[in-house]
Ligand binder design. Structure first.
Ligand SMILES: Nc1ncnc2c1ncn2[C@@H]1O[C@H](COP(=O)(O)OP(=O)(O)OP(=O)(O)O)[C@@H](O)[C@H]1O
Ligand SMILES: [Mg+2]
Length: 373
């Protein structure tokens, strides 16, 4: 899939932008603070209906304005779609083919995007929240059902946590009954999320292992393991996972009431990565962590192709300068012509690669983009 036109109105430092793009590599050059990341953010919004760097949509609206608009025409293998987002003080509206979508989850997934930004280099060493987010976004792109299951899980979790807090120090009888009901519901929702995450990581491992071996010239084998907080394993079926989850909640009930928190479940799970059997989080060098992050992102592209039959749009925000020559080359080789890509950088000095030489080049300055070649 690829974007044909992108229009912005009062989005961050773009007063107005009307961009025509082709299905190829687009290089956005520009000094710091000119609007490179803002452009990537706008495209990212069209895929996920939320920003990759803020949870507060108001920040996206241009200062002193009261609304912002993002519009795009998207070409997909079975036709084209018009996507639109309007942000205002009243909230966020999303449209597909000019029809307002009732739920964000109906909007998300129409356009697929894989983004690689310097923050992703923390994916390995950073906290588990980042890795859960990576997994959830990855699955969410290929399964709307998963997004529904996950948001249901999160709703029940919130209710359950509120209830737990209100049960301390002396639980009422009706609260005990309610807790059992919520534990049951939470276990059902949790099992669906966990099962899907196991399956996703298995696929991700298949793709990223191959890519990682190629980048490291066959010297490193990557292994990915889902780390559930509950005693479950990949071989278990849905009902078994559900049962284990329920048993765990029952076992920890008193402790959870004391702490006012649900201690087990997908919101506490993590993933571990290993190179030649050694945990990357613990033993990996900076370079190895970067390579793993790169392998995971490139794997995500293939995984999306595998499940929906077309490539997503790739956003590479400021990552070229973070990679050494060998990994830059690998990345640029990988994207050549098959994926519509937006690459930003302050400078291409020292990077001589055909992909960049052939790219359509824009120059970003103070919220404008000028086509250079
Ligand atoms: N809501 C807003 N309204 C107007 N301008 C904004 C808004 N939010 C951010 N900006 C401006 O956008 C600029 C940042 O743009 P952006 O993050 O795209 O920079 P960049 O070109 O990616 O720079 P770098 O190379 O440093 O990453 C900020 O300096 C800020 O002045
Ligand atoms: Mg930037």
């Amino acid at each position: 899939m690829y974007i044909r036109t992108l229009r912005l109105k009062q989005f961050r430092n773009y007063d107005r932008l009307d961009l025509q793009v082709e299905n190829k590599v687009n290089l956005i050059l520009g000094e710091n603070a000119q609007g490179k990341t803002n452009l990537m953010e706008a495209i990212y919004m069209l895929a996920f209906a939320k920003s990759h760097r803020t949870a507060n949509d108001k920040e996206l609206i241009q200062w002193n304005q009261d609304f912002a608009v993002i519009d795009a025409e998207l070409e997909k293998k079975n036709g084209h779609a018009t996507l639109g987002i309007v942000l205002s003080s009243k909230g966020k509206k999303t449209k597909i083919n000019h029809l307002e979508q009732q739920k964000l989850s109906d909007f998300v997934g129409t356009m697929n995007v894989v983004m690689f930004a310097p923050e992703d280099l923390h994916l390995i060493k950073g906290g588990p929240r980042l890795r859960r987010r990576f997994i959830d976004m990855g699955i969410g792109q290929i399964s709307t059902v998963y997004l529904h299951d996950l948001s249901l899980y999160q709703r029940i979790l919130k209710q359950r946590n509120q209830l737990l807090k209100s049960m301390f120090p002396v639980p009422q009888e009706d609260q005990e009954i309610m807790l059992d009901i919520l534990s049951e519901q939470l276990s059902v929702a949790a099992a669906k999320v966990i099962e899907r995450r196991f399956a996703f990581l298995r696929l991700l491992e298949k793709w990223s292992r191959e890519i990682h071996e190629e980048i490291t010239r066959q010297s490193e084998t990557l292994t990915i393991r889902y780390q559930p907080s509950c005693n479950v394993s990949e071989e278990m079926d849905l009902s078994m996972i559900e049962k284990r989850m329920k048993e765990t909640l029952e076992r920890d009930k008193q402790q959870e009431i004391r702490r006012g928190l649900t201690l087990t479940g997908p919101h506490r799970d993590d993933m571990s990565l290993f190179i030649n059997g050694k945990e990357v989080q613990v033993y990996g060098s900076q370079g190895q962590q970067r390579t793993v992050a790169l392998s995971l992102k490139l794997a995500e592209i293939e995984l999306i192709y595998d499940s929906i039959g077309e490539y997503p749009i790739l956003l590479l925000d400021d990552v070229l300068s973070e990679l050494d020559h060998h990994r830059q080359t690998h990345l640029l080789n990988a994207i050549q012509s098959k994926v519509q890509t937006f690459v930003t950088t302050t400078s291409v000095d020292g990077i001589e690669h055909q992909t960049l030489q052939e790219a359509t080049t824009f120059y970003a300055k103070e919220g404008t983009l000028t086509k250079m070649k």
